[in-house]
Design a protein around this ligand. Sequence first.
Ligand SMILES: O=C(O)CCC(=O)C(=O)O
Ligand SMILES: [Fe+2]
Length: 266
Amino acid sequence: MTTLNANTLSKTTEHITNNLLLSDSDSSITASMLDLNTQGWTLLEDVDSAADAESALLNFGALLPQFDGEIRYDVKNRPDKSQFQWSGSMHRITPHTEHPARETPPKYLALYCVNPSKNGDGHTVVYDGYDFLNSLPPDLKAYATTKAVEFAVRTDPEGQPTESFNSPLLTLGLVSNPILRFSYNMLWYGVIYPRADLLSNKNYKPEHCSEELAEICKYCIEYCENNMKRVLIPKNGLLVWDNRRMLHSREQFTDPDRHLIRYFIG
Ligand SMILES: O=C(O)CCC(=O)C(=O)O
Ligand SMILES: [Fe+2]
């Protein structure tokens, strides 16, 4: 067992004191944490590489495996599956939270920009999901916290669901704030990755959900149109948001070389 003498004690104190003096990068992480806790999202700029992004993210939690079991997921156009509305296409994606079928969805989501669209499109959009639920009429708010919905996710747009979980849209976290789960696509179209041509079909009527969930979807679109935060993540930018509170979506883009790397943090 090591005992502390006066000399080692003063060295230990010096070490602790030095660690309390925040370096520039520590203080920017602290400021980002403040943003995450207040507005639900933050943008770190000039992060030189994906490896640097990963080191920064470790301040927020562990990097978790994604749908394919990997820590890094490339968000880029995959021409063979471009007919679906998913991250591997250039289509817009409707509001959702990530991995609603996981018993505990990732606390934070992050996107690191390797290559923005050269045409200045493809904004990532975040919305405050707690505020959205609070804006619902009382009966729909009660529905969102009591009625279980089946969330089924799939790795491949054409594949079978690989995981599913039944849960109300909002549940109490054991030691955390309430957990929001949402997928406009799953509620409205009945699948997480619908065919993209459905997006422009104004006459589409949902067949897969209750009247209340269809109402919640309509309120969601209205809320999102009026309360969006559009972020064009710059090259070497790292957008991080609270995935148990915020909804996110993506606007359509036209540059097949747009490339982001996505992380789940828990
Ligand atoms: O491409 C984007 O900006 C985000 C796509 C998305 O929703 C995701 O990767 O989870
Ligand atoms: Fe997403």
